[in-house]
Ligand binder design. Structure first.
Ligand SMILES: [Zn+2]
Length: 405
């Protein structure tokens, strides 16, 4: 990937992405300027007024029962710092607002214990506002899909012990509509004249990614009963934009792009997983620039990427899919091959994820730049285990939708 034109494009893209990211970070922290709430008989509604819509995630905690919402790239108006509100509502006892870190606002709801609420979070425009509805479980039964008792794929997925961390409980359109997963698009990174990154001994990212995708396809078909296709079946150059286009045309339900990492820090190991978003992290943007290097897009298309990211309505599902794939793969590799770095689940501006009409993630499964992982990557055993880890993550996500394949 380090031919001359590639290097120029990489440099330009890096600069543009860094400039965009830092502009996004400094100019446009969304400000949460006000709030309104309504206590209805069966649900509680909070409306947050903010200067622009930002990414968010929600999670539940127990003892006491709480629901919190983290709004990224945002800050509280000083008048709201540390504010709390008490209620006598059917489902919410207290509401608190806090600036969790310089760019994240946390809204915490203390819930009436034992009422098993569910929440629905969505945003509205003109003016921008984020709406959080908290329902009694009983109120929701009409919308609730049947429990996972249906036909789960005939396979055993060992569930690792649930970490103490909260469970993400988004209630996205995919979930509201009870949509399941039948068809999966696997995207082996790079190909043809674009080898991706290279290991010291000459292992090419494009070859390893293709082999891993083929192995994963076979497991998904035989053990999961899914219909699976690869965006490329051989060593050919395939433009990034074509990859999601292909997935859209063939109506895939999930899109998973498989890559191998390279780091100047040779000791770095492990898994790093991405979904489409802006990133305030220069290291992420550097990686995105590297993965974007084969794009034929020009600088003027940068506006397109920014618009697409802002309008992206698959945050929640792509993030949930990324989290499950990440933790299952990392856990599986740790269990069988020893300690590894947890490089996290992150948003990043990747061309290959833009334009997908389904939840889409990019996973960097191991490092070609690390000697231990490179040696392992030469073996069928390690590759098979990567495929298994990815499979488990996909299965956990599909199960979380409450639908079989
Ligand atoms: Zn790559």
């Amino acid at each position: 990937m380090h031919n001359r034109s590639g290097s120029w494009l990489l440099l330009i893209l890096t600069l543009v992405i860094l400039a965009t990211a830092s502009a996004v970070q400094t100019q446009s922290l969304a400000e949460i300027g006000g709030l309104r709430y309504h206590q209805h008989e069966n649900f509680f509604r909070l409306v947050l007024e903010l200067t622009r819509v930002r990414e968010y995630s929600s999670a539940e905690l127990s003892q006491p029962d709480r629901l919190y919402l983290d709004i990224y790239q945002s800050r509280l108006n000083p008048s709201l710092h540390g504010k709390s509100y008490e209620f006598n509502a059917a489902c919410v006892r207290q509401l608190r607002l806090a600036q969790r870190n310089p760019s994240t606002v946390r809204v915490t709801f203390e819930l009436q214990s034992g009422t098993k609420e569910r929440e629905k979070i969505y945003y509205l425009k003109n003016p921008d506002r984020l709406v959080i509805d908290i329902y009694h479980q009983s109120t929701l039964q009409a919308v609730e899909k049947p429990a996972a008792s249906g036909k789960a794929p005939a396979t055993t997925v060992s569930q690792p012990p649930r970490p103490a961390s909260p469970t993400v409980s988004g209630y996205s359109l995919v979930r509201q509509l009870g949509l399941g997963v039948k068809k999966i698009a696997l995207d082996p990174g790079h190909g043809g004249t674009d080898p991706g990154c290279l290991s010291r001994s000459g292992l090419k990212e494009k070859d390893v990614a293709l082999d891993l995708a083929k192995r994963l396809k076979s497991i998904l078909e035989t053990q999961g009963g899914f219909e699976v296709f690869l965006t490329r079946e051989s060593d050919v150059l395939l433009p990034l934009e074509k990859r999601t286009k292909l997935a859209n045309e063939r109506q895939a339900d999930l899109f998973i792009s498989i890559h191998l990492n390279a780091s100047p820090r040779k000791t770095r190991t492990g898994v790093e997983t991405f979904y489409l978003n802006f990133s305030p992290d220069p290291a992420v943007n550097e990686l995105a620039a590297r993965e974007n290097a084969s794009s034929s897009k020009n600088i003027r298309d940068m506006k397109l990427i920014v618009d697409k990211i802002i309008k992206n309505n698959k945050y929640e599902e792509s993030r949930a899919l990324a989290e499950k794939i990440h933790h299952q793969l990392l856990g599986h590799l740790k269990q069988h091959f020893g300690p590894r770095d947890n490089l996290g689940v992150k948003g990043g501006p990747f061309w290959v994820l833009i334009g997908s009409e389904m939840p889409a993630v990019l996973v960097e499964v191991s490092h070609l730049s690390n000697q231990k992982e490179e040696e392992a990557l030469k073996t069928d055993f390690y590759r098979e285990n990567i495929a298994t880890g990815l499979f488990r993550g996909i299965m956990e996500y599909v199960k979380s939708l409450g639908k079989g394949s």
